[in-house]
Structures are given as C-alpha cells and as structure tokens.
Design a protein around this ligand. Structure first.
Ligand code: MSP
Length: 644
C-alpha cells in the first residue's frame, strides 16, 4: 500500500463577500506548509474551497437579483482567481454546492440519524444568520449576536439535534492524550473549558430553505450549514465513496483556521461527529489569530478590508517590482510579521517596511552585490571552487534543518527568522572575506572559493524561500542562471548545487526600494543623550525589578545616526509593535550584520530624543564603557516574550 498522503485543509470560505487579507492568511499558510512538504518529497492533498449554502448566500443572491446558483458560481470564480493570483497551489477546490458533497452530507446525516446520534427535538433560542450560529439566552447580548453585534431572531421550532453532549468525555480524553491535537495551547485550554462548561447537543437542521441540502426523508427541514460545511473535509478524502483513496488520505494531518471557529465548531462539533462516525480525528488543528486594523478585526462587516491583489498592485506601482514579486512580498509579510497563532496589526506601511528592510536590503542586496562581483572578476560566470565544501555550508545545513523543523511546527515566522540569519551570515561573509582585496592580492583561488560559496548560498536561499515566495525564488534562480527544474533538496548535495561554468543573468533589481517619508518625532520627547550610570550598590526588591519590562526583540534593521560615530538607530520588532532604539554600539557592531539578531530590550523606558532620533527603549549589551556583546537568546522564541 502506498504511503499516507499529507492532507492539509483551510476552512471553506463564505462566498457572500470577496476574499481579503484575513482569508489570504490561512490559505497562504496552508500553501507554504504544502509546498514545503512537496519539496521534501511527500505527496500532498491541499484542499480549500467555498461554503455556499445558508440564508446569507440566498439573501445576497436575491439582493443582486440573481439565483443562488448563478451567484455562487460567480463568487467561487472570484475566490479561485484570488488564490491563483496569490500563488496558491491547491489540489482540490471544493464547493459545498457540488453534487458529490451534497450527497455525502445526506449520507452522513442519515447514518447519524439511524444510529441515534441525531434525533428530532425542539429548539428554543436565537439564531444569528450572519454567523450561522445558534445562540442561548445567556449568549445573546442586548438582543445582539456576541460575535458580529447584529440583532438576532428568537425562534422555537422542531429541529434535529446532534448528541454532542455524549462525546464530551471522550473528547476531553482525546485532547488530554494528544496535546498536539489543538494548538496553540491557549486555544486548547479554551476548548477544554468550553467542554467542561457543559456541551449542549447541537441543532443541526433549519426550517427548509430551498438553497440548502434537504434532510433525507423530511422535506420540512434542511441541514444546518455548519454540519454541511465541516463534512467538506470528508468529501475531499472520498469518504464513503472510495475506501482505498480514503485510507490513503484520512485523517487530515493539519487543519488550519482562525480563532473564531475553533471552540464551537472545529474543536467540538467536528471531532464529535467524527467520533460518532467512527473515523480517526485529525492530527492537528492549528488556530491562528486575526489581522486587525487598529483595534478591530479585519472583516467585511467592519468595512476595513484590504484586498491582497489591490495591495500588490499598489506595491508594484510604487516600487517598480513585478506584480508577482509584490504578491510574494505580501505572502512574506503575512508569514513573517507575527508568530502564527498571535493577532497582528495590518497596515500598508508595515508591509512597505518589510519590503524595504528585509526584501530590498537583506535579500536584494545580497544578490545585487554578488552578481556584479561575479561579472567583475569572472565575466559573469560561476567560478570553479578549489574544494566542494564552502565556508557557508555548515550554516546552510543548520538553517535548512531548522527552517524545515519550524515549518513542521507551524512556526512560519521562526523559519523565516532562520533564513534571514543565513542572509546576514552571507552578507557578513562577503564583508569579512573582502573579495576586492583577494583580487588585488592576486589570490584567485580564494576569490573563486569565496564567490562560489556566496553564489551557491543564494541558490540555496532560493530553495529555502520557495515555499514562501515561489515567484521570487524563480526570479533569483533565473538571475543566477540556475536551473528551475529538477530536485532542489537536500540543500548541499552536489546534484542541486550551482554548477561551475553557469552563466549568470543579472537583471533589474527584484525588489526596488519604495520611497517613504520619514515618521514624525514623538511629541514631548527630550533631546537628552543617554548617560552611563555607575553600577548600583543598593539592592532592590522583586517588585522594583518587576517594573522593568524586559522583552525579547528582533533587530530588523540598523543604521548609523547621522553625525555620530558610535550611535546606531536600530529598528526592533518586539512582537506587538516595532520600535526605534538608539544604541551606542556602532563602533563594535556592523549595522549590516545586526538584522535577524534576537536581543533583550527594556520596553518601558521613557522615550528620549537622541541626536534627533526618538529612542523608544534600550537594547541590553554586556560591557561597561564599551559594549562587548549583545544580550541574545540561546534558542529562538517569539518576539515580545517577557524576560524575567
Ligand atoms: N464558512 C466558515 C468556515 C467553515 S469551515 C468548515 C467561515 N468562513 S469565513 O469566510 O468567515 O472564513 C473564516 C476564516 O477566514 C477564519 O477562520 C480565518 O481562517 C479567516 N479569516 C477571516 N478574517 C480574518 C482576519 N481578519 N484575520 C485572520 N483570519 C481571518 O467561517
């Protein structure tokens, strides 16, 4: 029998609105994971799609003066087009209005009814059409839905129920025995307390509405959209249709979703239904946070959505980068900016910053300085190194393994941080080896060794970035003259390495910088230069120490403060936000190698204006008068983590 397919799902999206950055987030994350798995040789099944039934869609179609069928055909095309534009490589785009799915939903319903896991009862309570959610009296706030704030209607009617309550204990046992089942831990805890709070049986039908799937044998009712929608994951795996296929595909290895749909749906109703059907539960439900605009979640109902393609068009126009490169820059931003699981602040200026600092500076510069060196010293041809191993190989192999392992843990930002460390190491290597001096000294063999090492590292960087930025990886390979087909891994195997003799094809910079205006100074900040304080001799108590808010930060960029010899203006990502901190370390630390370094910062230091730059915190360094070393971490952990 052939090996289990690696099965990954996103939620299926409601089609009453067009896709925005929030939907793109889950789908890009699933795509990154699947591309990584495919690269490493796994067969993958990546499913995404559209959730098309329910009153909301019927109403939206009526509003447009069209039928639900025509409306959903048009909307499904919109969603597919967005995924194509975002370089999403799914294997199945499932629509709940497809015949194979509708028929499976009925079979599942029938089976559960037959075995008495579904029964006919009465429902008294509220229903929010927008959220497609049944609500109790206690949950409704002043007559409004607690999730979307819209008024909800009270109803009392005959209704089929699923015996969720029967599965409360087995569910708790499963969660306890499989701590990896629901991640991150905060979400697992939420689900556990939701179950412990008392699982009520779930209403799983509505009074018949013509666009929904009829309850088999009872024309007065249609099947509740959430039972219908969750079943999509089984349809994709050919459940009750092709046993051999199902055995190879089931269960999903990773199911991704936002935090709005875990407790009631994916964390309880879904596994309870699977238990009732007697099929294994998914390996991992990984729950991510929300992209917010200011204080609010990005959502259509709050009219604050950003379209990924419109934003890419804007970035492309402002920078001159290709549209597909701008799309990849957005993919990069989404995967890098916040740890997967946490909420993030979305803004165009934050995307532009990442574009300029990470992509144009760190990544773009490495390519833009290496290719001219190859042209100057080797006529644009990759030289033959004296030995096979390069000085950067050990770091490369370490980073490739660490990035792979991070993606496995669904830690996308961690993987990118590793890759950016490699970029910093390669940039530093060029500075240290100074190829121009090797050339001057006539040390051609060493020059070939150094430039081959850097060029091949760029080839490897393209491979490492392939899952995140497939178009950019292709652009890099094309400028290097590296083949774009054939195996890309293992990262330092001879067959994947850049072949000596390859002719490079330097083109326009992939990431031309975007011009921005400098941020205004923080009002009220002073122009004080920081003073060195003598070492404290008094002891302090723990409460006093606790007032110092120490946080893990990551240096994003660093540049010399104009007119000074020892000050650097350093941008530090401290999780919730990015800060500028002025540090007196310019003589000891090259600003070019700092990005990617994890540091410890004092986050609640009063802002001070230092040589015209507002410093919003302090980076800790060892050393008295002269900073000798930065305080860093012995292993990676998310930006913003408290240090005690
Ligand atoms: N149709 C249901 C899901 C059924 S799955 C069996 C649904 N659809 S939805 O269109 O509302 O999309 C929900 C998903 O979109 C969220 O779980 C999340 O994955 C993503 N997001 C929508 N807005 C988001 C943000 N502002 N931020 C991050 N992700 C968000 O619920």
């Amino acid at each position: 029998m052939s090996a289990k397919v690696f099965y990954v799902t996103t939620p299926i999206y409601y089609i009453n609105a067009s896709p925005h950055v929030g939907h793109g987030y889950t789908t890009v994350a699933a795509d990154v994971l699947c591309r990584q798995k495919r690269l490493s040789g796994r067969q993958v099944l990546f499913a995404t799609g559209t959730d098309e039934h329910g009153q909301k869609v019927a109403q939206a179609a009526r509003d447009k003066g069209t039928s639900p069928r025509e409306f959903s055909d048009a909307m499904a095309d919109d969603w597919r087009a967005m995924w194509d534009a975002l370089h999403i490589r799914y294997d199945r785009f499932i629509r709940t209005s497809e015949a194979d799915h509708e028929s499976l939903v009925q079979k599942v319903f029938e089976r559960l009814l037959k075995q008495d896991d579904i029964y006919l009862g009465t429902y008294e309570g509220f229903y929010c059409v927008h959220e497609e959610t049944y609500l109790t009296d206690a949950e409704v706030k002043d007559g409004n839905c607690p999730e979307c704030g819209r008024p909800v209607g009270r109803m009392a009617q005959d209704c089929y129920h699923f015996r969720t309550s029967k599965y409360a204990e087995p569910l708790l046992e499963h969660i306890e025995a499989h701590p990896e089942f629901i991640q991150p831990e905060t979400r697992r805890n939420e689900v556990v307390s939701f179950i412990r709070g008392g699982l009520r049986d779930a209403a799983v039908s509505r009074r018949a509405s013509p666009w929904d799937i009829p309850v088999p044998g009872d024309s007065a009712h249609t099947i509740y959209v959430w039972l219908d929608a969750l079943t999509n994951y089984l349809t994709v795996a050919s459940y009750l249709d092709d046993d051999a296929k199902f055995a190879r595909m089931w269960p999903p290895d990773v199911q991704l979703m936002g935090k709005d749909i875990i407790t009631r749906f994916h964390g309880t109703l879904w596994p309870a239904v699977l238990m009732a059907l007697g099929v294994p539960l998914p390996g991992k439900l990984f729950v991510h946070g929300f992209w917010q605009m200011g204080e609010e979640k990005m959502s259509k109902s709050r009219a604050n959505v950003v379209s990924p393609t419109e934003l890419a068009a804007e970035l492309s126009e402002r920078s001159g980068a290709k549209f597909d490169v701008a799309i990849d820059a957005i993919r990069y931003f989404l995967m890098r900016q916040v740890p997967f699981g946490a909420d993030g602040q979305f803004s165009t200026s934050a995307v532009v910053r990442r574009f300029n600092e990470d992509l144009a500076n760190d990544l773009g510069n490495l390519l833009n300085r290496t290719l001219p060196l190859l042209e100057r010293y080797f006529d644009g041809v990759v030289p033959t190194p004296p030995t096979r191993r390069t000085d950067l190989d050990a770091e490369l192999e370490r980073v490739a393994a660490a990035a792979d392992e991070a993606i496995d843990r669904i830690d996308f930002s961690g993987a990118l941080t590793q890759i950016w460390g490699l970029l910093a190491a390669a940039n530093k290597y060029i500075d240290q080896q100074a190829p121009w001096n090797l050339h001057k000294a006539g040390r051609e063999q060493e020059l070939a060794r150094v430039l081959y090492g850097v060029a091949d590292t760029i080839r490897a960087v393209a491979t490492l970035l392939e899952p995140f930025m497939p178009a950019v990886a292709g652009e890099i390979r094309s400028q290097l003259g590296a083949p774009s087909d054939g195996p890309l891994l293992p990262i330092t195997q001879p067959e994947v390495r850049l072949r000596p003799g390859t002719r490079t094809k330097r083109g326009k910079p992939i990431f031309p910088r975007i011009e921005t205006t400098a941020p205004a100074s923080v009002p009220g900040a002073t122009d004080d230069v920081p003073r060195e304080e003598p070492m404290a001799t008094e002891t302090i108590d723990i409460e006093q120490f606790a007032k110092v808010d120490l946080r893990v930060g990551e240096i994003i960029s660093a540049e010399r403060v104009e007119g000074t010899q020892n000050l650097l203006s350093v941008r530090v990502d401290i999780g919730a936000e990015e800060r500028t901190m002025v540090a007196g370390i310019a003589k000891q630390f090259d600003p070019a190698v700092l990005p990617g370094t994890k540091v410890v910062v004092v986050a609640n230091l009063k802002p001070a204006k230092i040589r015209g730059v507002v410093s919003q915190g302090m980076i800790l360094a060892a050393g008295d008068d002269i900073p000798l070393a930065l305080v860093t971490l012995d292993r990676d952990c998310p930006n913003g983590t408290r240090v005690r």
